[in-house]
Design a protein around this ligand. Structure first.
Ligand SMILES: Nc1ncnc2c1ncn2[C@@H]1O[C@H](COP(=O)(O)OP(=O)(O)OP(=O)(O)O)[C@@H](O)[C@H]1O
Length: 374
């Protein structure tokens, strides 16, 4: 009967346990498609005088999916005669998962998601910001690091005007924006000053930004990487404990060629690619509503198939995405119930659910054991 067996209190017959267990097998998580028992998402189960109490702890943030899951569980369990009332509580339980071999996890950051693109200007920063906001809205504690050192645009997109404070002169407080903890090289320099840096300095600065920011108990840190697949990205990928990478591309060939190089780079450094996002997939005319694939159709989707990674979804080329990012209030926050925000949330679910079912990392759970020979 599996894990359910250990969750039941006393006074419940073996047959009823078996019936409940069978019914719960039909209740799946809509993102990972795994049943809740296999997902180890059932953390408390009690049955007393016709009342069944159940706690569902999901390993990824998905508050907007809870009503559907609840309805599904109630539908299944209400078919059992002995059960008169069903009480369900939900919680989000995000733990740290394995990063690439040989790189230790950072304190206060459970999981790092790197967002990369081969080419510049494909919408990587816009996607990073909206995905980070979607993860946060869905119940996670999220940080965002703008590592796009040559064109830091995240302070503009999140309307961050102030500079980070340092209480001890050594480390910096992250900047708050719509519930996110944010750090960006853009918050440290003047908006119009050019960044003419060489590789080693860039890498050093980024590692510093990451390690000297006082992140507070992050479930996810989303890193908006600089575009390209050069030495900088490679070094970063080897020094920072990345749980998984997401590749943003537009559907046209010139962008896809570089996106493929990015994917290969992550494979080389053993960072799992969580999937591909196709941005500016089609253009919908704001006058007549006509949809046109100006950059070609399904390029990202086909690339995902070719490399056997998840296709996380497609976003249209839509004026609102640009306008809202420029105004410092990205779409997920500006229009949370819009179809576009829903697409970003769906991508955030897919990314975080994949992380949620990965192998757990126990490095920050167990204390260091030191054997002293006195
Ligand atoms: N789906 C979209 N629809 C409309 N505009 C978009 C979309 N995605 C991004 N943009 C706009 O395209 C421009 C470039 O986007 P963004 O800065 O996110 O790209 P990037 O890949 O991070 O660029 P860089 O390589 O310079 O860092 C921005 O003005 C942004 O608002």
């Amino acid at each position: 009967m599996g894990i359910l067996n250990t969750l039941f209190g006393n006074g419940i017959s073996a047959e009823l346990q078996e019936t409940i267990s069978q019914k719960l097998k039909a209740c799946t998580d809509p993102t990972s498609k795994q049943d809740l028992e296999s997902l180890k998402a059932l953390s408390a189960l009690q049955f007393k005088k016709g009342v069944l109490k159940l706690t569902v702890s999901l390993p990824y943030p998905c508050k907007s999916l809870w009503p559907n899951i609840e309805q599904n569980i109630k539908h299944e369990l209400s078919q059992i005669d002995e059960i008169e009332t069903i009480e369900i509580e939900f919680e989000t339980k995000i733990v740290s998962h394995d990063a690439q071999k040989g790189v230790s996890p950072l304190p206060n950051i459970k999981n790092i998601i790197a967002i990369a693109s081969g080419k510049g200007g494909v919408g990587k920063s816009t996607t990073s910001v909206n995905i980070a906001l979607a993860l946060q809205q869905e119940g996670a504690n999220v940080g965002l690091l703008d590592a796009d050192i040559y064109g830091p645009s995240i302070p503009t997109m999140l309307n961050i005007k102030e500079k980070p404070l340092s209480e001890d002169g050594k480390s910096m407080q992250p900047l708050p924006a719509y519930g996110l903890q944010v750090m960006s090289i853009g918050a440290l320099i003047e908006e119009d000053s050019p960044m003419i840096w060489r590789g080693p300095i860039v890498t050093q600065t980024l590692t510093q930004l990451l390690k000297e920011t006082n992140w507070s108990d992050l479930d996810y840190l989303v890193i908006d990487l600089p575009p390209g697949t050069g030495d900088v990205q490679l070094t970063l990928s080897q020094q920072i404990p990345v749980t998984g990478a997401v590749i943003v591309t537009t559907p046209q060939q010139v962008s896809l060629i570089d996106a493929k190089k990015g994917l290969k780079m992550f494979e080389k450094v053993e960072i799992p690619v969580l999937g591909i996002i196709e941005n500016m997939s089609t253009h919908i005319c704001s006058n007549c509503g006509h949809e046109e694939a100006i950059f070609g159709a399904h390029g990202g989707e086909e690339m995902a198939k070719q490399y056997k990674v998840d296709f996380l979804g497609a976003l249209p080329l839509d004026k609102r995405i640009r306008e809202e990012a420029d105004q410092g209030k990205p779409t997920v926050t500006a229009e949370p119930s819009s179809e576009i925000a829903q697409k970003y949330r769906h991508m955030a679910h897919k990314i975080s659910a994949q992380i949620g079912i990965k192998k757990r990392n126990y490095a920050n759970v167990f204390p260091n054991i030191v054997i002293q020979n006195n």
